[in-house]
Design a binder for this molecule. Sequence first.
Ligand code: NAP
Ligand code: ZN
Length: 350
Amino acid sequence: MSTTVNAYAATAADQPLAPTTIERRDVGSRDVRIDIKFAGVCHSDIHTARGEWGQVPYPLVVGHEIAGVVAEIGSEVTKYAVGDRVGVGCMVNSCGECTQCLAGMEQYCLEGNIQTYAGVDRDGSTTQGGYSQQVVVTEKFVVRIPDGIELDAAAPLLCAGITTYSPLRHWGAGPGKKVAVVGMGGLGHMAVKLAHAMGAEVTVLSQSLKKQEDGVRLGADHYFATSDPTTFSDLASSFDLIVNTVSAEIDLNAYLSLLAVDGTMVNVGAPPQPLPVQIFSLIPFRRSFAGSAIGSIAETQEMLDFCAEHGLGAEIEVIAADRINEAWERVLASDVRYRFVIDTATLAQD
Ligand code: NAP
Ligand code: ZN
């Protein structure tokens, strides 16, 4: 037995998303059934559904920024009760036994964690994501949304929030550190808020100055347009940490030249194509170039609690499910302030 729920699915790489139904498994002893209230729209949803990162199984329901309310719990569930406000991010399980899982870093599970969508679940089925009415997830991969954060503004924290929080913490963003955020979209705007709340001096490097006022309001101390070549000469060798959130090809060497001695540029943006790095962008000032994937479950909870403490949520535009395709086009045009969030109540009408 399973439960049939409404959803929006990609049916092919080049087709718009369309309404459909999917099956959710019965609640197992350690499972939680979540009534999804809001689902954020991450650029990764688009990369994945369009096959930009490799082939995926269709039909595919994406969405890994899930905020909702517990509707049912399994007999051995201890962390949650019916009615609790909870979230699910980019992964729904991992092996639980490798050194990374045992160290509480499931995002780097050596067996590969099970992603919220397009993953292979324990029973061999394809995982289906948050653009749907319900999801069933093992309690370990569910986090609690603190009361201080509205569910709609919380949804994007489950990916955009943790993906920027984790590298900011890992590379020590805080007082006395100069942090640059490249790209002010879903991830970028959260990076600005979080780095500011951590006490760092924050600079936004955006393609234009169109979003400057917003950037300053969200906590940026400085804001520059990368379309202006003087930006790169004015800011040469000045940052301790650069968080690159750009989803497309950019000249990494130009950005690496902005790092101070021992500075690090961390790519969370995940464009599909290889990008050339000149070794001489790194050698002279002992610079580092790194990547980072989401964050652990414990760190995701820590991030949510940090956001509640600092009064942070995502800047969102709530949409009905039938506007998803339009929203995707606007994400691709960098025309989002700063995260689309699907009100999943509108799925009931499809
Ligand atoms: P998004 O909302 O579309 O933001 C990307 C921003 O990059 C845009 O707002 C734009 O900012 C800038 N940009 C876009 N195209 C550009 C271009 N051609 N040249 C220069 N700048 C450009 O996307 P998102 O949801 O934040 O995701 C960003 C990337 O992170 C995606 O590749 C996504 O897959 C990846 N991601 C990675 C992880 C991880 O774990 N590492 C997790 C989630 C997402 P401006 O308008 O300010 O220039
Ligand atoms: Zn995401």
